[in-house]
Design a protein around this ligand. Structure first.
Ligand code: ATP
Ligand code: MG
Length: 428
């Protein structure tokens, strides 16, 4: 029978690579923790309307990329991003009545029907944070500095922070007029989606991936020239805070971000190390979103960081994260009585948190040693009749070849821990 394959644009994370993910995830959790962010876990699928309202009808994500599934009479959408579901959960569970600002983070899978390529998948993972309740630029700086600290400490190089302000509905009104006037003469040349956007949400045109629309938009008016006083003060304050935190940035008036309901600050962390898909993190302020989702008008902001992209960058830069897990002790028994003993010793070590294995294949001693070598066992113990009679065996350090006698009973674990500590110290 033919083997079935995974869907295009999805990935298998194999045992040899999962330690990278585990190390990265632990690091993300720990860092989020130091910034006072707590984890939130939300459903993988939500009502479709949550995303059309929470991401925006005129975005690529909603117009082209959503996976909408039906089961019996209901339809749902697999989350294309984490913000909408998180805000829905914050509202549904009354978290805005608790201490503000609310600071939450998540690590989750997202689903977007895009053309798969390096760093662009149909199922991918995001680490994201959302902070709700603060309108202050200090909150923007805090969220940006969290992303920055992660990228720095994990070892990413050539990372640039690009910031922009896309104003608020007040300044955007005038800006939209200016954009419409600018694009109107090129109407027929624009892609179909952008022709529609020109009426509904002209700023979206600047986010179009089509080379023709990009070229036409080259000299489009810039939002920064249209900011109202409030928005421009906010932007100036943010820049001052970033300076105080020693975070360098460049202002890029082209960033409008893929999602609607962003207001004021938008930012991206871009690396030059993986070519076209260089944006590892994107975020911004979305003061209009909570109200858009039926909640009380509440300022909020956040970011999403693409973990596949981050790992791709790290791999390209030669940064290694986790050591793949190895087996501490492999027991190689010869004969049935020895196998019984090995079974018990293995179970005992595992209860002590020491990773141990023994033969479950009925292999010869030679084949067992080959296996122990393949799985990278750090220590091996051969158990034969003599060892059973003496209730003692040799623990062999597979790297140094050194052998030390160990008792084959309850005292094994303690003796092993001493030996292991000595081995570690010797290596340091
Ligand atoms: P892009 O411009 O690359 O399409 P986006 O604006 O659609 O990105 P966001 O919605 O802001 O991306 O998502 C935040 C982050 O998630 C991105 O910066 C990126 O690192 C990652 N990301 C987005 N789409 C994908 C995807 N299809 N595959 C892998 N990672 C992705
Ligand atoms: Mg996209």
């Amino acid at each position: 029978m033919a083997l079935l394959k995974r869907p295009n644009g999805t990935e298998d994370i194999l045992p040899g690579a999962s330690s990278d993910w585990q190390t990265l995830e632990k690091f993300l959790r720990d860092t989020a923790d130091t910034f006072g962010f707590s984890e939130i876990r939300v459903p993988t699928f939500e009502q479709t309307e949550l995303f059309s309202r929470g991401v925006g009808e005129t975005t690529d994500v909603v117009q082209k990329e959503m996976y909408t599934v039906s089961a019996r009479e209901s339809t749902f959408t697999l989350r294309p991003e984490g913000t909408a579901g998180t805000i829905r959960a914050i509202l549904q569970n009354g978290l805005l009545n608790e201490a503000l600002p609310q600071r939450v983070y998540y690590i989750l899978s997202c689903f977007r029907h895009e053309r798969p390529q390096a760093g662009r998948l149909r199922e991918f993972h995001q680490f994201g944070v959302e902070m709700a309740g603060s309108a202050s630029p200090a909150a923007d700086a805090e969220v940006i500095s969290l992303a920055k600290q992660i990228l720095d400490q994990v070892g990413v190089e050539n990372i640039e922070l690009h910031i922009n302000s896309i104003g608020c509905p007040v300044c955007r009104k005038k800006y939209h007029e200016a954009l419409k006037a600018y694009f109107a003469p090129h109407r027929e040349e624009l892609c179909e989606t952008c022709q529609e956007r020109l009426e509904k949400n002209p700023m979206r045109l600047l986010d179009c991936k089509s080379p023709i629309c990009k070229e036409i938009g080259k000299d489009a008016p810039e939002i920064l020239d249209y900011l109202c006083e409030d928005c421009s003060t906010h932007f100036a304050q943010l820049k001052k805070n970033l300076d105080l935190l020693d975070i360098s940035y460049s202002v890029d008036p082209r960033i409008v971000r893929g999602l609607d309901y962003y207001t004021k600050t938008v930012f991206e962390f871009v690396t030059t190390s993986i070519g076209a898909q260089g944006t590892v993190c994107g975020g911004g302020r979305y003061d209009g979103l909570i109200e858009q989702l039926g909640g009380p008008s509440t300022p909020a902001l956040g970011f999403g960081m693409g973990l596949e992209r981050l790992l791709l960058v790290l791999r390209n830069q030669g940064v290694t994260l986790g050591e793949p897990k190895r087996v501490d002790v492999y027991f190689a028994p010869m004969g049935d009585a020895a196998a019984d003993k090995a079974l018990q010793l293995t179970a005992m070590l595992r209860r002590e948190g020491i990773s141990a294995q023994t033969d479950v294949m009925g292999r010869s001693l030679r084949a067992q040693m080959k296996y122990a070598d393949k799985i990278g066992a750090r220590f091996t113990v051969v158990i034969g009749d003599n060892e059973l009679a003496e209730n003692q065996a040799k623990l062999k350090n597979m790297q140094s070849g050194e052998q030390i006698s160990v008792p084959l009973d309850a005292a094994f674990a303690e003796r092993f821990s001493d030996i292991e500590i000595a081995d570690r110290l010797a290596k340091e």
